[in-house]
Design a protein. Structure first.
Length: 369
C-alpha cells in the first residue's frame, strides 16, 4: 500500500469495498512509515495528517478506529509532532459536535479513542491540552454510548502522563465511581480498569476514599458478569494491597493508610453483607442490613486472592495466622450459613481462598508448619 490514500480509487469503490480499502490502508501505514526515511516522510506528512484527520469525521467501526489511532501514534513517533496539538484539537471539536458529520456518534467514538491513544504515547508533548481534553471527555462521558471508550481514554491519559495528571484525578474518580454503578456490564468493567490505573497515581483512593470505593465496588458486583467480577476484584484487591505498600509520604500526603485489620474487616463485611455492610449507624439500623448475593461473594473471594497475590508469599507467611483466622471466621458467621445452600457456597469460597494460599503462595517449609 502507498503512504497516501488514493482518493480517486477510494471514491470509485462501492461502500462495502471502500471500508475494506481504508482499513487496509490504515493497517499498512505503521509499517510503511517505519520503513520510510524521515527526509522522505517530512514533505508529505502534512498531507497525510489531513487525510487521517478527515477519517475522524467518517463512520468507522472498531477495527478502523483502532487502526486510525495507531497510524497517528506511529506518524508522530517517526515524523515531526508539530501537528499533534492540531489533531488533539480536531478530536475535541468532533466530541463537542462542532463538526456535525453525518454520523455523529461514530465520529465521537473515533475521536475519543484516538485521544486516548495519542495521550498514552505522546502525553508529555500534548500536556498543554490536557485540561481541555479532560473537560471534553468528562462531558462526553455523560453520553451513555461513549462511556466505555471515555473510561478507556481516561485510563490512557493516566498511563501516559503519570503523576502529571494529578489535577484531573478528582474528575476522573467521579466518572469511575459513577461507572461502577452503571447498569451496563461493559461500563462497570471499564470503570474498574480505569480505577486500577488511577490507583497507581493517586493515594486518596486507598486512604480517604477507601470505604467509599469499596462500597461502590461491592455494588458493582451485584448481578455482575464474569468479566465484571474479574475486573472489579482486580481493582479492589490491588487497591487494598496498596494500603500495605503505600506511596512515599511526600507523594500521598499526611493521611495514614488503613492497617491490615481494617483491610480484612472490609473484605469480611463485603463477603457477609455486601455493600450493605458499609451502612453507617447502630442499633436497629444494623439489624436491617441484608446478606451478600452469590455474585458478590464470588467477587470478594477473587478479591482475597488478588490481595494476597499482590502482597506476595513472604508477606503471607509472616501474617498467616491473622489472615487464616479472619478467613475461617467467614464460614461460622450466622449470615453466611443461614441456609444449607448459603453454608455450602460459603465453604466453597473459603476453601478456594485457603487452597490458593496454601497451594500457591506458601513455600514448603511454611506449609509443613
Amino acid at each position: 500500500m502507498a503512504l497516501l490514500l488514493d482518493d480517486g480509487v477510494c471514491q470509485s469503490l462501492p461502500p462495502e469495498k471502500r471500508t475494506l480499502y481504508v482499513l487496509q490502508w490504515l493497517q499498512s501505514l505503521p509499517l510503511v512509515i517505519k520503513n520510510m526515511p524521515r527526509a522522505e516522510l517530512k514533505p508529505v506528512q502534512k498531507t497525510l495528517v489531513v487525510q487521517l484527520q478527515l477519517q475522524l469525521s467518517a463512520s468507522l467501526g472498531p477495527s478502523l478506529r483502532s487502526a486510525l489511532g495507531q497510524a497517528f501514534v506511529t506518524l508522530y513517533n517517526v515524523g515531526d509532532a508539530f501537528t499533534l496539538h492540531e489533531t488533539v484539537s480536531k478530536c475535541c471539536d468532533v466530541i463537542r459536535g462542532k463538526e456535525e458529520p453525518s454520523n455523529l456518534l461514530s465520529s465521537k467514538l473515533t475521536a475519543v479513542e484516538c485521544l486516548g491513544v495519542l495521550f498514552q504515547h505522546h502525553g508529555r508533548m500534548a500536556g498543554s491540552s490536557f485540561p481541555e481534553v479532560v473537560q471534553v471527555l468528562t462531558k462526553g462521558y455523560k453520553v451513555q454510548e461513549l462511556r466505555v471508550v471515555a473510561l478507556g481514554a481516561f485510563r490512557c491519559l493516566l498511563s501516559g502522563l503519570g503523576p502529571s495528571s494529578s489535577s484531573a484525578h478528582k474528575d476522573i474518580y467521579k466518572c469511575v465511581r459513577n461507572g461502577l454503578g452503571d447498569k451496563s456490564m461493559l461500563v462497570r468493567s471499564a470503570a474498574a480498569t480505569c480505577g486500577l490505573e488511577l490507583a497507581q497515581h493517586s493515594s486518596f483512593l486507598y486512604t480517604n476514599e477507601l470505604d467509599s470505593v469499596s462500597n461502590h465496588c461491592l455494588r458493582a458486583l451485584e448481578g455482575s458478569s464474569y468479566e465484571v467480577r474479574c475486573s472489579v476484584s482486580k481493582f479492589l484487591g490491588t487497591l487494598l494491597s496498596l494500603t500495605q505498600n503505600p506511596l512515599p509520604r511526600h507523594l500521598r500526603g499526611k493521611v495514614k493508610p488503613p492497617g491490615l485489620d481494617d483491610v480484612l474487616q472490609i473484605l469480611s463485611n463485603g463477603f457477609v453483607r455486601g455493600a450493605s455492610g458499609f451502612l453507617k449507624g447502630s442499633g436497629p439500623e444494623l439489624l436491617k442490613t441484608g446478606t451478600a448475593s452469590q455474585e458478590v461473594r464470588v467477587g470478594v473471594t477473587q478479591t482475597y486472592v488478588v490481595f494476597l497475590t499482590e502482597m506476595g508469599g513472604v508477606w503471607v507467611e509472616h501474617n498467616l495466622p491473622r489472615v487464616t483466622k479472619r478467613v475461617l471466621e467467614l464460614v461460622s458467621h450466622p449470615k453466611t450459613c443461614g441456609t444449607h445452600i448459603d453454608a455450602v457456597y460459603s465453604r466453597k469460597c473459603v476453601s478456594f481462598i485457603l487452597r490458593f494460599v496454601f497451594g500457591k503462595l506458601l513455600g514448603e517449609s511454611a506449609q509443613l508448619v
